[in-house]
Write a protein that binds this ligand. Structure first.
Ligand SMILES: *Cc1c(COP(=O)(O)O)cnc(C)c1O
Length: 373
């Protein structure tokens, strides 16, 4: 079979080809059970073994401490914007750092449940830089502080999580890591709760991961649906209601793929993080060295996962942008269109994107520039 196209989708996004092949092979009969994973009881021995292994592998990959629970939920990142305040705001104060489109949405949704204050905003800089933590206006009695650790649309990423203690706050840090999770190691000492939809970097849509410190369980508001009460879900080991079984199965295969992944003398998350660094450097260097293309984000907070880019100055027209996208598709470089709210182009280069995919994109940028620049 000839090589599959390189897929730069922001989400749902590319999955490792080995995983897709294994899923195809097991579609009609999972390991001699006579059933597809889609057809199994979520409480049966077969699926229980799948879910248990998935959680254990994820815990090992990210070195999740014992006092954190991992929940397999549904609803995606946007539902968590409501579920999190329903669970841990105690209808009190929530501070949000607005660093782009996704954290702006989180701030807006949380207002239905809590007294929300924007502690800092990158809006004036058009979200090309992260507000420095030292400038954040944190309220001492906030129930939690929310950030988006990687802004999928704006392409800004925290390369170090803020140390709230050092900023004089004892509030737990909540991170929306939908488009960052599993791309790098996580500093759990600075995190109270992390959530993200699987479809960016882990598996099929329909699965949402929540990592929650145990002391934050048990404070849900009365209006919180039982199926979204973290304590209820944790006590039922994510089986209070039927979980997204097929998505959990595929995510579990991705975790196994990642455990076996090696690169630059490293394995697992350390290896994928190094490859992600190398891919991002290669692409940003190509943009910075180009007279035709540009990325507008400050160097210290450029995302490794989602790289929005534009044609420069007078070249930045709808026609030339469209010509770029059409030519990309002809070269089997798919889904490079920028988010509709910001336009331009965007390359999402999650874990499943090999280095060769970025090299092919860089080669295309050069050819396009030679033709139109
Ligand atoms: C995609 C995304 C969301 C929304 O996720 P859904 O699963 O569509 O609800 C939220 N936050 C971030 C950072 C995202 O990238």
């Amino acid at each position: 079979m000839s090589r599959r196209p390189f897929n730069f989708s922001a989400g749902p996004a590319a999955l490792p080809e080995e995983v897709l092949s294994q899923v195809a092979g097991e579609m009609l009969d999972w390991q001699g059970s006579g059933m597809s994973v889609m057809e199994m009881s979520h409480r049966g021995a077969e699926f229980t073994s799948i879910a248990t292994a998935a959680e254990a592998d994820l815990r090992e990959l990210l070195q999740v401490p014992a006092n954190f629970r991992i929940l397999f939920m549904q609803g995606g990142g946007l539902a968590e914007n409501a579920i999190v305040p329903m669970n841990i705001s105690r209808a009190s104060k929530v501070d949000v750092v607005v660093s782009g489109a996704w954290s702006a949405k989180s701030a807006e949704e949380a207002q239905r449940y809590a007294d929300v204050s924007v502690a800092a905003s990158g809006a004036a800089a058009k979200f090309t830089t992260l507000p420095a933590p030292a400038t954040w206006q944190l309220r001492g009695d906030a129930a939690y502080v929310h950030i988006c650790s990687n802004e999928t649309i704006d392409g800004v990423e925290y390369h170090e999580l803020p140390d709230l203690m050092a900023l004089g706050s004892s509030a737990p840090l909540v991170i929306d890591c939908s488009s960052q999770q599993l791309s790098r190691s996580m500093d759990w000492s600075r995190i109270g709760l992390a959530f993200g939809g699987a479809q960016k970097n882990i598996g099929p849509a329909g699965l949402t991961l929540v990592f929650v410190r145990e002391d934050l369980l048990g404070h849900a508001l009365r209006i919180c649906p039982s199926a979204f009460d973290f304590k209820v879900v944790a006590e039922a080991k994510s089986m209070y209601n039927t979980p997204p079984t097929f998505s959990i199965y595929v995510a579990g295969l991705v975790f196994k793929w990642l455990k076996a992944f090696s690169y630059a003398g490293k394995t697992g998350v350390a290896a994928i993080e190094q490859r992600n660094i190398d891919k991002a450097q290669l692409f940003y260097a190509a943009l910075d060295g180009s007279n035709l293309f540009e990325n507008r984000v400050a160097a210290d907070c450029r995302s490794r996962m989602n790289i929005p880019f534009y044609l420069r100055g007078k070249f930045n027209t709808e026609t030339l942008t469209q010509a770029f996208l059409t030519g990309a598709k002809e070269r089997h470089l798919l889904q490079l269109k920028g988010h509709k709210s910001v336009g331009g182009m965007r390359a999402s280069i999650y874990n499943a994107m090999p280095l060769e995919g970025v090299q092919a994109l860089v080669a295309y940028l050069k050819d396009f520039e030679a033709q139109y620049g």
